[in-house]
Design a protein around this ligand. Structure first.
Ligand SMILES: Cc1cc2nc3c(=O)[nH]c(=O)nc-3n(C[C@H](O)[C@H](O)[C@H](O)COP(=O)(O)OP(=O)(O)OC[C@H]3O[C@@H](n4cnc5c(N)ncnc54)[C@H](O)[C@@H]3O)c2cc1C
Length: 323
């Protein structure tokens, strides 16, 4: 995974109560930080270096980049932007967050403590990935033969031979979505197929091939992915493979603060407007909604503006902006 350039990282002031701490330096958190810094707020961004955007080889649907941009470049630019206005960005894995009467208190494994009046959680999700050695897995993502987001990059595979792993409703939905880009889509189970009769009929209507046999091994090549299934000696080769295995939202800090988590283990889709805890907001993929850079950016702007207005109301400054 790409790392941010050292110039972006700074040390937070441990004696300070920041107006807002943002946990997360992905598109949601960095946009929130930009807005807050431009609202003349003291803002600290804490992150553990795991933005999903850093793993994007090249995105072609980030507005304003018609030639595409790598995820690492985008995060670098998005980090430099709030720094210009005084935001502080520090790498640290936040282990716990609690609300005291005066402030949110955040701590890490080394028992460092950070304090703020308002808190924005922009902690993203972790993907459920296919089993492969880490380096091989990331190289396959880099080569574009292993993809996790049909909405993001299905267009790059028009006319390609596409494999989807996960024979359940996630897998069926992704295979049907990708069928728009190619007439050669194959759905394979991770362990065993769990398709309803209705899903099977829909897949058959769309002429999507469904094969049996649990996944044995994935073997990425420079320009294709070889897939070995139980019960077949020969590999099946695809231009690209999409695992459709869902994700795990990073809601540990929110849960620790007592926030309600929905049945998909995500935060409510409107948590950028505020939550049941005063001064706590959330933004980006961690919310129930469309997991995309442009959505995360929008959430970040909304959460920051609500946090700023909440602080203004606390300070009885609701009629005029701070000068
Ligand atoms: C391979 C790949 C390709 C993709 N392609 C595209 C694309 O082309 N177009 C598109 O729109 N989207 C794409 N996406 C999705 C996109 O990356 C996400 O929608 C986007 O990153 C969401 O932004 P976010 O800020 O909500 O979360 P993230 O970018 O994931 O950021 C989460 C942040 O929270 C931090 N964090 C979480 N918990 C803690 C903690 N306890 N302590 C400290 N820090 C913490 C992480 O360090 C990280 O900085 C792709 C994703 C992947 C993996």
């Amino acid at each position: 995974m790409a790392a941010l350039e050292a110039s972006v990282e700074q040390k937070a002031d441990p004696n300070r109560i920041y107006d807002v701490i943002v946990v997360g330096a992905g598109p949601a958190g960095l946009t929130a930080a930009l807005y807050l810094a431009r609202f003349c707020r003291s803002v600290l961004v804490l992150h553990d270096g795991e933005s999903r955007t850093l793993r994007i080889p090249k995105t072609h649907n980030a507005p304003a980049y018609p030639e595409g941009i790598t995820g690492a470049d985008l995060i670098q630019r998005m980090s430099e932007h709030p720094l210009r206005y005084g935001a502080v960005i520090e790498q640290a894995e936040v282990r716990a967050a609690v609300r005291s009467a005066e402030a949110f208190l955040l701590t890490d494994a080394q028992e460092r403590v950070w304090r703020s009046r308002a808190l924005i959680l922009a902690t993203g999700v972790r993907m459920n990935e296919v089993e492969m050695p880490r380096e091989l897995h990331e190289a396959a993502i880099g080569a574009g033969v292993l993809r996790y987001c049909p909405i993001c990059d299905g267009y790059e595979h028009i006319g390609d031979k596409i494999g989807v792993i996960g024979c359940d409703s996630n897998g069926a939905a992704e295979a049907l979505f990708l069928r728009r880009y190619s007439s050669d889509v194959t759905l394979m189970p991770l362990c065993h197929p769990e398709l309803t009769a209705e899903q099977q009929a829909e897949l058959a209507d769309a002429e999507i091939t469904v094969v049996q046999g649990a996944l044995r091994e994935l073997s990425p090549k420079e320009d294709r992915m070889d897939v070995f299934l139980e019960g077949r000696d020969a590999a099946m080769s695809f231009d690209v493979v999409y695992p459709a295995l869902g994700c795990r939202p990073r809601t540990k800090l929110a849960a620790g603060l007592g926030i309600e988590i929905d049945e998909k283990k995500q935060l409510a889709g409107d948590a950028m407007n505020g939550t049941e805890i005063a001064g706590l907001f959330a933004a980006g993929d961690v919310l129930n909604g469309l997991d995309q850079i442009s959505v995360a950016i929008g959430h970040g702007a909304v959460a920051a503006t609500h946090a700023h207005n909440w602080l203004r109301a606390c300070d009885q400054q609701t009629l005029q902006a701070k000068t």
